[in-house]
Design a protein around this ligand. Structure first.
Ligand code: MN3
Length: 220
């Protein structure tokens, strides 16, 4: 499910999977169009350009850029990682939304929210708190650890989520994600965006992680 991390050059703009206006009235068509065809596309173009100028990275995955960051020369490291993050994080964000949003999760993901947050409603409160707390630009994720623990995590700018977290739901809180419609009102954007979450996708990713960690399935 998370194979965007394993992509290599040449990078392509991942298809949206829905029309620009499909998330109306929550996320407006013009914002989705500009966000996908300009912002996301720019990260794809920049990443390809940097790799064309530095062809020794042609076979590197986005995962490898993160894991072997220290081996990348300082003069291109930041630009390379920021653009790789821009490609990967936008794929997560756009895939986290759907016109057929089920409203709330089901199954193990829903059941386990009680253990980590108290309830689904309390998870939302925590997600919103961090979305409003995050200063400047970045992302907020509902993420699972390899042990299937659930946590809300934040990242600045275009950092990539640490390898030990698998994002299930990703929110882009850069102003370009909401300014045309919501201006500076990030809380309004958050509440609107909440209605678009693709919980079916989140459940599927979580089931894959959780299935490996079910109690009473140890090898004795
Ligand atoms: Mn963005």
């Amino acid at each position: 499910m998370n194979n965007s991390l394993l992509k290599t050059y040449p990078y392509e703009l991942a298809p949206l999977g829905y029309e620009f206006d499909a998330l109306e009235p929550y996320i407006d068509a013009r914002t989705v169009e500009v966000h996908h065809t300009k912002h996301h596309q720019n990260y794809v173009n920049n990443l390809n350009r940097i790799i064309e100028e530095n062809p020794e990275y042609k076979n590197w995955t986005i995962q490898k850029f993160c894991q072997e960051e220290r081996y990348i020369p300082g003069d291109i490291r930041d630009e390379l990682l920021q653009n790789a993050g821009g490609v990967y994080n936008h794929e997560l964000y756009f895939a986290s939304m759907t016109p057929d949003a089920p409203g709330q999760p089901e199954g193990d993901l829903m059941d386990n929210m009680a253990d980590y947050f108290g309830s689904y409603e309390e998870m939302k409160v925590e997600f919103k708190r961090l979305a409003l707390w995050l200063f400047g630009s970045g992302y907020v994720h509902l993420a699972a650890t390899p042990q299937s623990w659930l946590q809300i995590i934040t990242q600045k700018n275009q950092e990539i989520a640490h390898q030990s977290f698998t994002p299930l739901v990703t929110l882009d809180v850069w102003e370009h994600a909401y300014y045309l419609k919501n201006e500076n009102r990030r809380a309004d954007y958050f509440e609107a965006w909440w209605n678009t979450i693709n919980w079916k996708r989140a459940e599927k990713i979580y089931e894959e992680i959780y299935a490996k960690n079910k109690p009473f399935e140890f090898d004795f």
